[in-house]
Design a protein around this ligand. Structure first.
Ligand code: SF4
Length: 296
C-alpha cells in the first residue's frame, strides 16, 4: 500500500461520524481556522456541495445559501473580529435566577451490558457529581460525590445530591437536558428521592442557552460547548493539561479506579476525576461572573 500513490479521498462528514478519524490532522491540514466547517450548524449537504466545488473558505458564504440568524451573526462577528452580544436578552435570562446558585454537573457511564438492577443496555447512570454553590454575597463553596467502589453508585449519589442542593435557589447546568435526564432516571429508580429530585429539575437553568441565543463569538469556532466557550470568555481557564479531558476519558478512568485496591494509583485517578468534573462547574461559575459583571 505504501508503494502505491496516495488515495484520493475527500474530507467530509465521514471524518467524524460515527467516530473521529485518526488521520484528521493530516487530511484537514489545509482547512483554515475559520471555514465553512466552523459556521454553526451548517448542514452537511451544503458543506458537501461546497467541498465538491473546492470552496471551503468562509468567503464562499452566504452565496446562494440561505443562512439563519446565528450563522449570519457568526460571519458578522468574524468580519468585525468581536463578539455579537444581546445584553438585553442576557439580562432577561439572568433575571430569572434565584440565589443561592447551584452549578451542577454529572459524569455518567452507560455500558452495553447493564451492570446494576433496573438498567437497560447503554442506559446512563451517574457516578460523580460536582456542585459549586454561590450565594448572593459572592461566597463560593464546593461539594462533590464520587463513587469509589464497583457497587451501585445511584442511591448514595442521590442521597448526597439531595442533601447538597437545598429547597430554594436556581440550579445551573450547561446543556441542562442532560442533567434533567440523569435526575429523572434517579427519581424513577429511587422513589424516596423523587420529590427532592423533581424540585431540583424544576429549578434547572441552562447556561448553554446564553451562547445559543444571545452571545455569538467567532472565536468559539462554530461550537458552543463549554470547552470551546470557556477559554474565550475566561482567558485564564481552559481544559488543556487536565489528566481527564472529556466525558469518555472520565468513564475509562472511573472504570479503572473502581477495580483498584486503595493506594496511590486509585488516589490519583480519584483526584483526576474530581478535578475534571470540578472544572466544569467552576467554569460555569466563572462564566456567570463575567456575564453578570458585563451586563451591569
Ligand atoms: S480524515 Fe480519515 S475519514 Fe477523513 S478523509 Fe482523511 S482518512 Fe478519510
Amino acid at each position: 500500500m505504501l508503494d502505491k500513490p496516495e488515495l484520493n479521498v475527500t474530507i467530509g462528514e465521514h471524518c467524524s461520524n460515527p467516530y473521529d478519524c485518526q488521520f484528521v490532522d493530516y487530511c484537514w491540514k489545509d482547512v483554515p481556522e475559520h471555514s465553512i466547517f466552523t459556521v454553526p450548524r451548517l448542514r452537511w449537504t451544503v458543506k458537501e456541495r461546497l467541498i465538491a466545488e473546492n470552496k471551503i473558505t468562509i468567503d464562499n458564504l452566504p452565496g446562494s445559501f440561505s443562512l439563519n440568524d446565528n450563522q449570519l451573526n457568526y460571519l458578522k462577528s468574524l468580519e468585525m473580529q468581536k463578539p455579537i452580544v444581546d445584553w438585553n436578552g442576557i439580562d432577561g435570562e439572568l433575571g430569572k435566577l434565584k440565589y443561592p446558585l447551584y452549578f451542577l454537573d454529572f459524569e455518567t457511564d452507560g455500558p452495553a451490558v447493564p451492570r446494576y438492577d433496573g438498567l437497560h443496555p447503554y442506559e446512563q447512570f451517574p457516578f460523580l457529581y460536582s456542585c459549586h454553590v454561590l450565594d448572593e454575597k459572592g461566597n463560593l463553596e464546593h461539594y462533590e460525590y464520587l463513587h469509589e467502589s464497583d457497587s451501585d453508585p445511584r442511591q448514595p449519589l442521590s442521597e448526597s445530591l439531595t442533601k447538597t442542593i437545598g429547597e430554594s435557589g436556581s440550579v445551573i447546568a450547561y446543556n441542562a437536558g442532560f442533567e434533567k435526564g440523569v435526575m429523572s432516571r434517579l427519581a424513577q429508580w429511587y422513589p424516596e428521592y423523587t420529590e427532592s429530585l423533581q424540585s431540583i429539575i424544576d429549578r434547572l437553568w441552562d447556561q448553554l442557552n446564553i451562547f445559543r441565543n444571545f452571545y455569538i463569538d467567532y472565536e468559539f469556532r462554530g461550537s458552543n460547548s463549554l470547552k470551546d466557550v470557556l477559554p474565550v470568555i475566561v482567558r485564564s481557564m481552559s481544559y488543556d493539561n487536565l489528566a481527564v479531558g472529556d466525558g469518555t476519558e472520565a468513564q475509562v478512568a472511573w472504570n479503572e479506579m473502581i477495580r483498584l485496591k486503595n493506594g496511590d494509583e486509585k488516589n490519583k485517578l480519584n483526584c483526576n476525576l474530581k478535578e475534571y468534573c470540578g472544572q466544569d462547574t467552576l467554569a460555569m461559575v466563572e462564566i456567570h461572573n463575567v456575564l453578570t459583571r458585563q451586563s451591569d
